[in-house]
Ligand binder design. Structure first.
Ligand code: FES
Length: 158
C-alpha cells in the first residue's frame, strides 16, 4: 500500500491540530467500521469559515484527510464546505489507496456536522445532507470492492 508524499507530509505534520475553545460549530463523528473518531471545531463569520481545528484519533489516512480538509475549507462559504466530497479530499492529497478511501469520510462528515451545528445554534435549517458515517447502510468497503472489480476487468482485457 503506497501513500503519496503529500499524504505522508500531512500525516507527519498535520495542519490545524487542536480545538478552538470559543468555536461557533463543533462536529464529532466516528467511523462505524474501525472505530476511529474525529472532532472538528470551526469559526464562522458572515457564513464563511474563517478558522478550523481538528483532533483525530485514527489511522494515518484519517489524520492526513482531516488535516487537508481544514486547509481546503478555510475561507469557504458554509455551502462550499459541506459540498466537499471524499473524492476531492483524496485527489487533493494526490490519491489514497483504495482500501483507505473510506477514511476520508471522517473528514468530510466531521466538517458537515460542524456546519450544521453552527446553523442549529442560530435557529437555521441544516444544509449538510447525508452524513455517511451515520448511515447504517454505509459500506466503507464498497468503493474498494468496485475498484478491485474494475482493476480485475482491466486485467482481463489486457
Ligand atoms: S482505518 Fe479507520 S479511518 Fe482509516
Amino acid at each position: 500500500m503506497l501513500y503519496t508524499e503529500k499524504v505522508m507530509d500531512h500525516f507527519n505534520n498535520p495542519r490545524n491540530v487542536g480545538v478552538i475553545d470559543d468555536a461557533d460549530g463543533v462536529g464529532e463523528v466516528g467511523n462505524p467500521v474501525c472505530g476511529d473518531v474525529m472532532k472538528i471545531t470551526i469559526k464562522v463569520d458572515n457564513d464563511r469559515i474563517t478558522d478550523l481545528k481538528f483532533q483525530t484519533l485514527g489511522c494515518g489516512a484519517a489524520i492526513a484527510t482531516s488535516s487537508i480538509v481544514t486547509e481546503m475549507a478555510k475561507g469557504m462559504t458554509l455551502e462550499e464546505a459541506v459540498a466537499i466530497t471524499k473524492r476531492q479530499v483524496a485527489d487533493e492529497l494526490g490519491g489514497l489507496p483504495a482500501a483507505k478511501m473510506h477514511c476520508s469520510v471522517l473528514a468530510t462528515d466531521g466538517l458537515k456536522v460542524a456546519v450544521d451545528d453552527y446553523l442549529k445554534k442560530h435557529g437555521r435549517a441544516p444544509i449538510a445532507g447525508e452524513i455517511l458515517s451515520e448511515d447504517p447502510n454505509f459500506d466503507p468497503h464498497a468503493e474498494e470492492a468496485e475498484q478491485a472489480v474494475a482493476a480485475e476487468t482491466c486485467h482481463l482485457h489486457e
